[in-house]
Design a protein around this ligand. Structure first.
Ligand SMILES: Cc1ncc(COP(=O)(O)O)c(C=O)c1O
Length: 425
């Protein structure tokens, strides 16, 4: 077997342990899938790891649009759009531009969006600051910039006090300073401080923000424009990578630009725009239908339905004194468990009781912030939330009795300013 580093070996052995328990790399043996139930170990299990927040992946209008597109165009149009693409792809972009009211490019993934955007938008004499909780896809794209010799530095999560210092220092040496963030952070579910960042963009001419709002897409904002654009109006120095694979329900990535010139530049020169294939026709037609649904007045009712469940979850978790990672009301909740062993134990007990949650350990979260990540989709019922949280509470009582878990200690860990750096693997 290939030799790996000691650190990777440790991570891999934790992973293999999780695998032996069936809590990671689980395989859902569903003959049919409805968004709520997954068949694990021969048992119906409530899926609390689903990021299809709005439930649109199961929408009949969207599914039918996708099927029509396959009938009309086949499974795939195999040419880079740089040479030739279907008109359907242009129509997809146009519809998304109506939804966002800004220029848009589409890609087959959000990772590809970052890889196309960054080398074109960020100048050779610009500096890049990464929030150290930013998603791995962004770290990958930024590492490509680092390899080209760009100045890259990590900043502790959300430390805007440190950020302003760095803007001043780096601004004296570089043309521009870019801050790379997630809109909604994918593990802990917290939102980036957009209003404060808008203030800094206004204060410092050289300061730009690039946000990955994959987990903010669809469930919030008018027409589902996402977390970032719900917090602040579009800014001329703001660039956003979004996802169609989560709340949007159809698969793929997209990028929203403050101006048409930036869009066209990336469309002409972006690496994955030139060297990778176009969206699947089924995904393009599905995206057009999903964008139409986002723009209907009744879409706000769907958002409200999910928000009601989010609010209920939060209240119930507080009532039970469960150690949430913070005071956030998003479809991603994180409950700390205090140790990797407790995380594995809790996830396995939940699985055996008919609930699937995502166990999170280093390096997806800092070493001292391990726990379970729970996502809420519209498929989840209030009764499901009650059942899950009561069960988590029972498991935690068991761990407390054994002297293995202390809720107050875990809560304090989440209150501490972030001191632990994450690595990208
Ligand atoms: C915040 C964030 N950005 C990007 C991605 C990667 O998306 P994609 O699979 O479309 O590349 C993910 C994946 O889950 C994510 O959570």
């Amino acid at each position: 077997m290939k030799k790996i580093t000691r650190e990777l070996e440790q991570i891999n052995s934790t992973f293999e342990y999780g695998r032996s328990l069936g809590i990671v790399r689980a395989v859902a043996k569903n003959d049919e899938y409805d968004g709520r139930n997954i068949m694990l170990n021969g048992k119906e299990t409530v899926f609390f790891g689903n990021c299809s927040y709005m439930g649109l992946d199961q929408n009949e209008e969207i599914k039918s649009a996708a099927k029509d597109a396959i009938d009309k165009y086949g499974m795939y149009f195999s040419s880079s759009r740089t040479f030739v693409g279907l008109e359907l792809f242009e129509q997809m972009e146009e519809k998304l531009e109506q939804m966002f009211n800004k220029p848009v490019n589409v890609t087959t993934s959000t990772t590809f969006a970052h890889i196309s955007n960054l080398p074109i938008l960020i100048g050779r004499n610009d500096a890049i600051i990464l929030d150290n909780y930013v998603h791995s896809s962004m770290q990958t794209a930024v590492n490509m910039m680092r390899n080209k010799g760009d100045h890259v530095e990590l900043l502790r999560h959300n430390r805007l006090d440190l950020l302003e210092e760095r803007i001043k220092i780096l601004g004296a040496k570089y043309d521009n300073v870019w801050y790379m963030i997630d809109g909604i952070y994918s593990m802990m579910g917290d939102g980036a401080p957009m209003k404060e960042l808008a203030f800094l963009m206004n204060k410092y001419e050289q300061f730009y923000v690039y946000a990955d709002d994959a987990h903010g897409t669809s469930w919030i904002g008018k027409n589902g424009v996402g977390y970032v654009l719900n917090e602040i109006p579009f800014h001329e120095k703001l660039f956003i990578g979004m996802s169609m694979s989560k709340g949007f329900g159809t698969g793929g990535g997209l990028m929203v630009y403050p101006d048409r010139a930036s869009k066209e530049l990336v469309k002409n020169l972006g690496k994955t725009m030139i060297f990778s294939g176009p969206p699947h026709p089924a995904a393009a037609a599905a995206a057009i239908k999903s964008a139409e649904i986002h723009m209907r007045p009744e879409f706000a009712d769907l958002q409200l339905d999910l928000k009601r469940k989010i609010e209920y979850f939060w209240k119930k978790a507080m009532q039970l004194n469960l150690p949430l990672s913070g005071n956030y009301r998003t479809p991603i909740f994180f409950i700390g468990s205090g140790s990797t062993e407790n995380t594995a134990f809790t996830s396995k007990m939940l699985l055996d009781s008919g609930f699937f949650v995502s166990p999170c350990t280093y390096p997806s979260v800092p070493k001292n912030k391990t726990g379970i990540r729970i996502t809420l989709s519209r498929f989840i019922t209030i009764q499901d939330v009650d059942n899950l949280l009561e069960m988590v509470n029972n498991i935690f009582i068991q761990l407390e009795t054994a002297g293995k878990l202390d809720r107050e200690v875990i809560k304090k860990t989440f209150l501490e300013k972030n001191t632990c750096d994450l690595v990208a693997i």
